[in-house]
Design a protein around this ligand. Structure first.
Ligand code: NAI
Length: 777
């Protein structure tokens, strides 16, 4: 072709990146890999193949870890951990910095190897994945440097088991390993079976950086190896990124084990385009949102919501743009869409579209080449409840729907089980910043998509999982408070007759639901006695129906989240003041029920009042942040309420109740609190304080009843966003297991009282939403 002809057609020529160096690296390693355990490469065991999805050729033979390999890796991590912790943050920082530098030094090799193994365009591996990997190690080198001064009351968790997916193999490794080792943990990481190669190259740079043996251990294999890591007794924390189905299984498998858990799961993220958006930019953004990495992105903008007035034009322009996408050889530097990671994923995508797209119209303006490729696809005309509108496709497939009003846009956007990310396109800053907080998502991009940075938190809510990666908030996942816990003892209430009695309900202290006193649905109550056997009153025995009613009332009080922090503070102060006016009465009640001394009873009331005042003070002081991300723009970290929190209180009859209510409502949540298992009367008295304190109905609901009987209903309830338990009853495992239903957050004591700080309570009471607001050129 002559230069003149090239100018006339404007066709792209080939711009191949050489694979030679990466292939040489494979050959140099015998194309057969063992695990990386305790600083050594192990003998190659039973192997499976890692293939280049674009060509089908076998790249290497990878060892499938056995239980013995996993045991060895965990033992190496455990042996290394204390020393790694003790050398201090500043010494650790040097290693992280060295890793960052080495990633940069080997950036080209990493990029090509990633592209070969995963099928992603070299342009993306080179310009997005690998620079973000280096950035993550730099950023967390800084966090290690600052840890001793800035986080003096936090300690590492111990050994972290980390299981990662195949869509961003090295980037997910960096997101997991960098914060973990910065904070003094050691790790056993398992890359996905389709894409282990860059993790194995990373193991070599750990050696090159002189990282102490056992700090990073890498074992390869399939889901069975993941299960071994999850089940291992010497692992203190599991961090998982992958499918919601596996995330749910891990939640159940770790229930009651005391392991910390963070889950980064799937999504069906809305991409909302208003009629006043800059349409050309919105289309370019959309190409990035859904065709980047062949759509195999957990936060892909896979659901287009476009305002009806511009929908036809927008679709036409989008289809025209899609027709220009280049799909093919991932190592060609001007390729837009590469290969799907594996034929199994390709057939999954193909089947989903073939079986479920009938009610819509499928647009595929550019054909895919032979092999493991899928064409960029737009599907219009589907119904909101169609499976393709609800399920994660994890391929280059966009589904589209329309909306008329802003309220409808929010409602349709939030019509999903997931809550990972969202994009909003409008030239109206007021509209963007009005919509962003209303979207159920952990990350919102204003006039953008797929922006990531180590300084900005990333993570989801609902069935997209819990926990954040990146930023200060991400360190929560790899540290714990230093305080030593003490075992919770279950006190025994004084209960003379020992039998449940059917009582004249008028004498029963009622539960408190939706701002009203409520009789227990069961119709049963039980007597509460003093140490001398005197009947102090009766309390209702709550059942699942009472919990459901309370949740409904709490859902109905959603306006509380929108109330200003100033108003919430005033109401909390008022509750404190009203409790203070009745101190004597409450102290007498506590003393009679528990048999404690008068002094201790008074102290408990004083503690409860202090707690109310403290969280009243915090209402308008838990600042968000503007993260200094490397772009013209900011990433705002906004503290949002979780929604409805179900809480089981400890056995301080009043202070235990107030301790859960105060931080939760200070941050705009609504609460369904189950009073102390042993002593319920002070909680039932407390509604009178609430009633006189201007607290809107439904914000706090108080149930009485046996914790073990109510735990399952609370943890399994689909309209509860988080469950806490400080109960003396052994319900932690139950709660964690049942929470897998909608993957709600849990915070349970596992039988230990840890005396959390106000900061800890606040962190558990908010969800950090990152809102990216680009500006300038
Ligand atoms: P997956 O969730 O099965 O795999 C992710 C990782 O978990 C891999 O390392 C795998 O070996 C491991 N794993 C699998 N089963 C496990 C178990 N029982 N216990 C512990 N670890 C286990 O994802 P898969 O099957 O590769 O992809 C299926 C679908 O999952 C995709 O089509 C996509 O919809 C979704 N997915 C979502 C990702 C995300 O980032 N949100 C990433 C990968 C997949």
């Amino acid at each position: 072709m002559t230069v003149k002809e090239i100018f006339e057609t404007m066709e792209y020529g080939d711009a191949p990146e050489s694979a030679a160096e990466a292939l040489r690296w494979l050959v140099d390693n015998g194309s057969r890999f063992g695990h990386f355990i305790g600083g050594q490469t192990t003998e190659v065991g039973t192997t499976f193949e890692s293939r280049n999805p674009a060509t089908g050729e076998v790249l290497a033979h990878i060892s499938q870890a056995s239980q013995a390999d996993v045991d060895l890796a965990v033992a190496a991590a455990k042996a290394a951990q204390k020393k790694w912790e003790k050398i201090g943050g500043k010494a650790r920082a040097k290693y992280l910095y060295a890793l960052a530098r080495l990633v940069q030094k080997h950036a080209r090799l990493f990029s090509v190897l990633e592209s070969l193994d995963n099928g992603k365009p070299i342009r993306e591996a080179r310009d997005a994945d690998i620079p973000l990997v280096a950035r993550h190690f730099y950023y967390h080198a800084g966090m290690a440097q600052l840890m001793d001064e800035e986080l003096p009351d936090r300690a590492p968790l111990g050994v972290c088991g980390q299981i990662i997916p195949w869509n961003f193999p090295l980037l997910m490794l960096a997101w997991k390993i960098a914060p973990a080792i910065a904070m003094g943990n050691t790790v056993v990481l398992k890359p996905a079976e389709y894409t282990p190669l860059t993790a194995l190259l990373f193991a070599q740079i750990c050696t090159e950086a002189g990282l102490p043996k056992g700090v990073v251990n890498i074992v390869t294999g399939d889901g069975a190896v993941g299960e071994m890591i999850v089940a291992h007794n010497d692992i203190d924390k599991i961090a998982f990124t992958g499918s919601t189905a596996v995330g749910r299984r891990i939640r159940q498998a770790t229930a009651g084990s005391g392991k910390s858990l963070t889950l980064e799961l799937g999504g069906k993220s809305p991409y909302v385009v208003f009629e006043d958006a800059d349409i050309d930019s919105a289309i370019e953004g959309l190409v990035d949102a859904i065709f980047f990495n062949q759509g195999q992105v957990c936060c892909a903008g896979s659901r287009l919501l476009v305002q009806e007035s511009i929908a036809e034009d927008f679709h036409n322009r989008l289809i025209a743009r899609m027709a220009k996408l280049r799909i093919g050889n991932p190592l060609d530097k001007s390729i837009d869409v590469g290969a799907i990671v594996d034929p199994a994923q390709l057939s999954r995508i193909t089947q989903m579209i073939e079986t479920s797209a009938q009610s819509g119209k499928v647009h595929q303006p550019v054909a895919a080449p032979e092999g493991c490729f899928y064409p960029p696809t737009l599907i219009t005309g589907l119904h909101g409840s169609d499976s393709l509108m609800q399920e994660e496709i994890f391929g280059p497939v966009l589904v589209s729907t329309t909306f008329r009003t802003q309220a409808e846009a929010v409602q349709v956007a939030n019509n999903t089980r997931f809550g990972l990310a969202a994009s909003v396109w409008t030239e109206n800053i007021n509209l963007a910043l009005d919509i962003a907080p209303k979207l159920a998502a952990g990350v919102v991009w204003v006039n953008g998509a797929n922006m990531f940075d180590a300084a900005a938190g990333f993570g989801g809510l609902r069935e997209s999982g819990f926990g954040r990666e990146g930023g200060w908030e991400g360190l929560q996942a790899y540290t714990k408070p230093i305080v030593k816990g003490k075992a919770v003892k279950a006190p025994k209430a004084f209960d003379k007759p020992q039998v449940l009695e059917v009582e004249g309900l008028d004498r029963t202290a009622k539960m408190y639901i939706g701002g009203k006193q409520a009789r227990p649905d069961s119709g049963y109550s039980k007597g509460v006695y003093s140490s001398k056997g005197k009947l102090l009153g009766h309390v209702g025995i709550g059942s699942r129906k009472d919990i459901r009613n309370a949740v409904e009332a709490a859902r109905g009080a959603a306006g509380w989240a929108k109330a200003s922090a100033h108003l919430r503070a005033q109401i909390l102060y008022y509750i404190g003041e009203n409790l203070s006016a009745r101190s004597d009465e409450f102290a007498a009640r506590i003393q009679a029920m528990t048999g404690t001394t008068a002094g201790k009873a008074v102290q408990e009331v004083t503690d409860a009042i202090e707690t109310l005042f403290t969280f009243a003070a915090w209402c308008d002081k838990l600042d968000g942040a503007a993260k200094p991300v490397p772009m013209r723009g900011v990433a705002l970290a906004m503290n949002e309420s979780l929604g409805v929190i179900g809480a089981f209180c400890d056995d301080r009859p009043l202070a235990g109740l107030v301790e859960v209510i105060a931080p939760a409502i200070a941050m705009g949540n609504r609460v369904v609190a189950v009073a102390s298992d042993a002593y319920q009367l002070a909680a039932t008295d407390f509604y009178q304080v609430l009633d006189t304190s201007d607290l809107p109905a439904g914000v706090v609901n108080i149930i009485t009843g046996p914790h073990d009987a109510l735990a399952e209903t609370m943890a399994g309830h689909m309209d509860i966003d988080a469950v806490w338990s400080f109960s003396s009853s052994d319900i932690s495992k139950h709660i964690e297991f049942e929470s897998a239903s909608n993957l709600k957050r849990t915070w349970v004591n596992n039988g230990m009282d840890r005396g959390y700080s106000a900061r800890d309570w606040l962190a558990q009471s908010v969800e950090v939403k990152t809102v990216w607001v680009p500006y300038g050129e």
